[in-house]
Design a binder for this molecule. Structure first.
Ligand SMILES: *Cc1c(COP(=O)(O)O)cnc(C)c1O
Length: 252
């Protein structure tokens, strides 16, 4: 059995405890995004909020949906499939943002709209081969490992152009941009430097690749820095749903 987050993260507090206040938290996050965008001279409409719902039960996604949220991010395949089955009546845009094992590419290719964590050619090839013909091409962001952190996935910055060429050559994938998860730091200057580095990589990629314009960067603690540096997709978990309970060793 895959390790599903069944006794859900909400368990300790009770799902109803989190549902209460969820739409206010969502609104507060949307305000943070809008303020950061305006401060940077950008339109708030150019930044899309992805609510990262890993470990949280379907009832919370349904509540967030009722409050207007459409994009949701998930890290674990089996957990996501269970939620999709229960939320089948909603028009959700599903983003896969977790590490990808090559034996899990099929359900990702079949069920998600976006994948943010492609970091090697083999995964890209499998996703393209397994994407059903009747679905739109799978939107892809390449995950970049900016700080050469050994514990983290992601293609190194030097290898981005070659991997981008592979993805562009695959018929059932549509390359849309880059994603990064920089090492956490409270130092705003350091946050911004990392995000700026990803933006420069995207700028140079975009010169040769039309339609590659998405920067997936920024989480609960650094979304302002990310938006200031050009984020178009921010992936926000805790600020929307509250603290996660760690369900597995090493689960983020
Ligand atoms: C969990 C996760 C997030 C959300 O992080 P928060 O700090 O809860 O906002 C964003 N991106 C990825 C890849 C994640 O795994």
């Amino acid at each position: 059995m895959p390790n599903v987050a069944e006794p859900d993260a909400a368990g300790a507090r009770g799902t109803s405890g989190i549902i209460e206040g969820l739409s206010e938290r969502l609104q507060a996050v949307n305000c943070r995004i809008a303020e950061a965008a305006r401060a940077a001279g950008r339109s708030p409409d150019d930044v899309r909020l992805i609510a990262v719902s890993k470990t949280f039960p379907p009832a919370l996604l349904r509540t967030a949906y009722g409050a207007g949220q459409r994009d949701f991010g998930e890290n674990y395949v089996q957990e996501a499939l269970d939620k999709m089955a229960q939320l089948d009546d909603l028009d959700i845009v599903w983003h896969f943002i977790g590490p990808i094992q090559s034996n899990k590419t099929r359900p990702i290719a079949e069920s998600f709209d976006w994948v943010h964590s492609v970091d090697r050619a083999k995964i890209a090839e499998r996703l393209s081969a397994q994407r059903p013909a009747e679905r739109e091409p799978l939107r892809i962001c390449l995950q970049v490992n900016l700080g050469a952190e050994v514990t983290k996935g992601g293609v190194s910055p030097e290898d981005v152009p070659a991997l981008a060429r592979v993805v562009r050559s695959l018929p059932r994938l549509q390359l849309r941009g880059l994603m990064a998860i920089p090492e956490p730091t409270d130092d705003v200057r350091h946050q911004r430097e990392r995000f700026a580095q990803l933006r420069r990589l995207l700028d140079s990629l975009a010169l040769r690749n039309e339609g590659v314009d998405m920067l997936s960067m920024g989480m609960s603690d650094d979304l302002e820095s990310a938006v200031a540096e050009g984020a178009t997709l921010v992936r926000i978990g805790r600020a929307v749903f509250g603290e996660r309970i760690r369900l597995r060793d090493g689960a983020p």
